[in-house]
Design a protein around this ligand. Structure first.
Ligand code: A2P
Length: 218
């Protein structure tokens, strides 16, 4: 009945604990501040502004979208494919409320989104729906062949009018492209350019972020 349907959340995921929210927020802002001052970036701002070599303030360009989390399953209150099965999965139930460490291995920026790539452990992968990377094959050819967990990310910000669901798609798209050339060795790691305003910084030291596996009802 309707009462049972309402028990399925909007989404499940790992929610960063509050001290790490601050840590990730600071590191990611430092990256944006530096990125938009680099010559390599300044030469390629047309994809952000529509005008060649016009300056962009990336800190202003992206707006934060709620608290930081890594979505495992978007359920849309039970309306999404596989939502009921996921919510009823024994591993999901058993893990609910548990805290584990997320490893953030890269930061990426596109004209639409700003995100962090998350590298899942074998244990965390048990909470990752098997068909996630296949669902996007129509819009991002090649994504179905990527390893399970490739889409795992944290949305750090979105450009005006862009929904956070875009962040995972932007990440998958970068991962299907040939690895870009290193354009700059930054303090945090190696920065690569993938064309069309897509940048990815592979972190020298992954950011370790404690997170609670839970769900969001909205
Ligand atoms: P993400 O996980 O990339 O941040 P919204 O506020 O738009 O309803 O989204 C709530 C959360 O669910 C966000 O974290 C968002 O993206 C994620 N999300 C929204 N729609 C989808 C979808 N179709 N597939 C996967 N994740 C989604």
């Amino acid at each position: 009945g309707p009462l049972e349907e309402t028990t399925i959340p909007l989404f499940f995921g790992w929610f960063l604990l509050s001290p790490v929210q601050v840590k990730v927020g600071c590191s990611s802002m430092d990256f944006l501040k530096t990125l938009d001052t680099l010559e390599a970036f300044k030469k390629n701002t047309a994809d952000f502004t529509g005008q060649a070599e016009k300056e962009v303030d990336l800190e202003q360009y992206f707006e934060a979208k709620g608290s930081f989390h890594c979505t495992t399953k978007f359920c849309n209150y039970g309306k999404a494919d596989g939502a009921t099965e996921y919510a009823g999965n024994p591993v999901v139930k058993k893990s609910y409320g548990s805290v584990s460490e997320l490893s953030l291995t890269a930061l990426f920026v596109t004209p639409r989104t700003f995100g962090a790539r998350v590298c899942l452990t074998e244990e965390q992968l048990q909470l990752w729906p098997a068909d996630t990377e296949k669902e996007s094959e129509a819009s991002i050819p090649g994504s179905a062949s990527l390893p399970a967990g490739s889409r795992a990310h944290i949305t750090l910000g979105c450009a005006e009018g862009v929904e956070p669901v875009q962040t995972g798609l932007d990440l998958l798209q970068i991962l299907t492209l040939p690895e870009g050339e290193v354009v700059e060795e930054m303090e945090l790691g190696s920065l690569r350019y993938y064309g069309e305003g897509r940048w990815m910084l592979s972190l020298r030291e992954p950011i370790c972020a404690a997170a609670c596996f839970s769900s969001y009802y909205g």
